[in-house]
Design a protein around this ligand. Structure first.
Ligand code: FAD
Ligand code: NAI
Length: 442
């Protein structure tokens, strides 16, 4: 039997980061991961492969080869996975490859072997949701994982769900000449976005060639014909050789043995925890996609660090209001904090400032004039409660918004800070000034 201070089940951005932080704090750590690669969904079938394909297709050159793009993607994954293994060696963390199953409150079984741990962290992540009447088959009904490893771009692709996966992977194939049609249940794309940004992104993607069929859902598929029902109950048939179903993800805890130790899940399958990530068994914790909250790699990692510090007796704090999200389309769309609608729902008296990139000199130099910055404030205190950006570099720019929210900055304070010229960042300053109608260039 192996023994350790902390055993972690799952080696994704939640689990492997928790392992490193726990080792830094002097604990002996075993990370049980079923795959030979560490890095989880994010590194193997999520963030990293999708971004590699997005960058590869952004500026296509005449010598572009689909196969080369796919092998480069595997090289990037392999390189980064090797990096995590090296970090494990550096911190003397054991990667025990196999399926981990709880058998007693301090005991995990892996490949018939037992691991005894004082503390256990569950970080088994999530998996794609299939349509109830249409299982994934990897050929005509694809999950995001399948869509990251196709042998050739399909002629036509029907996306089900205009969320983050659909818009990112849809962008990859659209750029490669695939006809992309999106069937979305709601009357707008990307439900988590501020509505101004959602509308601006839809317009931009439609210009690129996306066709959106909103307020609609797929109700059946027979052969290559799908039946689509709109909000008025009208049913139409469409040819759809290949479908990519991206209607969200669900927590993954199959075979984990939660029942054996009395750990509860909620009705959506999330493991229930308290504010210190503790399950019903106090020395068993859960983090990342397995628990409620945004399904994001950096959220999982923040929780990984926090839980390791809690076990070490520290008092970490995560500000969930200041966790940014980024959609890596072109242009990118990023947001942090409340959307305007959420701020109103929270009972705030809201005042917003907006600034369009067409009035930003850097954007004009580069010919990247689409998009805007929107700053949402609490009118009573002038504090910034949300920042939303659409721009080719929105994912990097949003960090100003994260700092503003974390440090409870006011719009006047952000508007008074110096921003270098000519940069996209100046649009953030201008949007902050616009909260009081004091913007200079628009
Ligand atoms: P996971 O990364 O899912 O890791 C869980 C690990 O546990 C897996 O490696 C699995 O093999 C292992 N495991 C499960 N059960 C067991 C068991 N019983 N025993 C042993 N091992 C087990 N997020 C972002 O922030 N930015 C992005 O750009 C982004 N892009 C994405 C693109 C796509 C296509 C997808 C699908 C997701 C994307 N995400 C992105 C989301 C991100 O990947 C997840 O939020 C993140 O990986 C969650 O981390 P985790 O550690 O909780 O779980
Ligand atoms: P999502 O939750 O982002 O979007 C799902 C979309 O499908 C929504 O617009 C929803 O209204 C729609 N939908 C749901 N059921 C439907 C139905 N039956 N018919 C038609 N439309 C339907 O989920 P997605 O895109 O699958 O991504 C899963 C998660 O993975 C994301 O929420 C995110 O947490 C993570 N992710 C993050 C990325 C990033 O940070 N850049 C990139 C990709 C994924």
């Amino acid at each position: 039997m192996k023994e350790c201070d902390v055993a972690i089940i799952g080696g994704g951005p939640g689990g492997y980061v928790a392992a490193i932080r726990a080792a830094q704090l002097g604990m002996q750590v075993i990370c049980i991961e079923k795959s030979s690669n560490l890095g989880g969904t994010c590194l193997n079938v999520g963030c990293i492969p999708s971004k590699t394909l997005l960058y590869a297709t952004e500026h296509l050159t005449p010598d572009f080869h689909f196969d080369q793009m796919m092998s480069r993607k595997q090289e990037v994954i392999g390189g980064l996975a090797g990096g995590i293994s090296a970090l494990f060696r550096k911190h003397k963390i054991e990667h025990l490859q196999g399926l981990g199953r709880l058998i007693e409150s301090h005991l995990i079984e892996v490949n018939g072997q037992k691991v005894k741990a004082s503390h256990i962290i569950l970080a088994t992540g999530s998996e794609p949701i299939a349509l109830p009447f249409l299982p994934f088959d990897g050929k005509t009904v694809l999950s995001s994982t399948d869509a990251l490893s196709l042998e050739a771009p399909p002629k036509k692709l029907l996306l089900v769900g205009a969320g983050v996966v659909g818009l990112e992977l849809g962008s990859v194939y659209l750029r490669l000449g695939t006809e992309v049609r999106v069937v979305e249940f709601l009357d707008h794309i990307c439900p988590t976005l501020d509505s101004d940004l959602s509308k601006a992104l839809q317009k931009s993607l439609e210009k690129q060639g996306f066709v959106f069929q909103l307020s609609s859902k797929i109700i059946a598929k027979e052969g290559s014909v799908v039946k689509i029902e709109n909000a008025q109950g009208k049913i139409e048939e469409q040819e759809a050789e290949v479908m990519l179903v991206c209607i969200g993800r669900k927590p993954y805890s199959e075979g984990l043995g939660l029942e054996a130790v009395g750990i509860q899940k909620d009705r959506r399958g999330y493991v229930q925890i308290d504010s210190n990530f503790r399950t019903a068994v106090p020395h068993i914790y859960a983090i990342g996609d397995l628990v409620d909250g945004p399904m994001l790699a950096h959220k999982a990692s923040e929780e990984g660090v926090a839980v390791a510090e809690l076990i070490a007796g520290k008092r970490p704090h995560i500000n969930y209001m200041a966790i940014p999200t980024v959609i890596y389309t072109h242009p990118e769309v990023a947001g942090v904090g409340f959307t305007e609608a959420q701020a109103k729902e929270a009972g705030l008296k809201v005042k917003c400032g907006k600034f369009p990139f067409k009035a930003n000199s850097r954007a004009r130099c580069k010919g990247e004039e689409e998009g805007l910055v929107k700053v949402v404030t609490d009118a009573q205190t002038d504090k910034i409660v949300g920042v939303h950006i659409m721009n080719e570099r929105a994912g990097d720019l949003i960090q100003s918004g994260v700092i503003a929210i974390e440090k409870e900055t006011t719009a006047r304070e952000l508007g008074a800070m110096s921003h270098p010229h000519p940069t996209y960042a100046e649009a953030i300053k201008e949007a902050a000034l616009a909260v009081h109608g004091e913007q200079i260039h628009f």
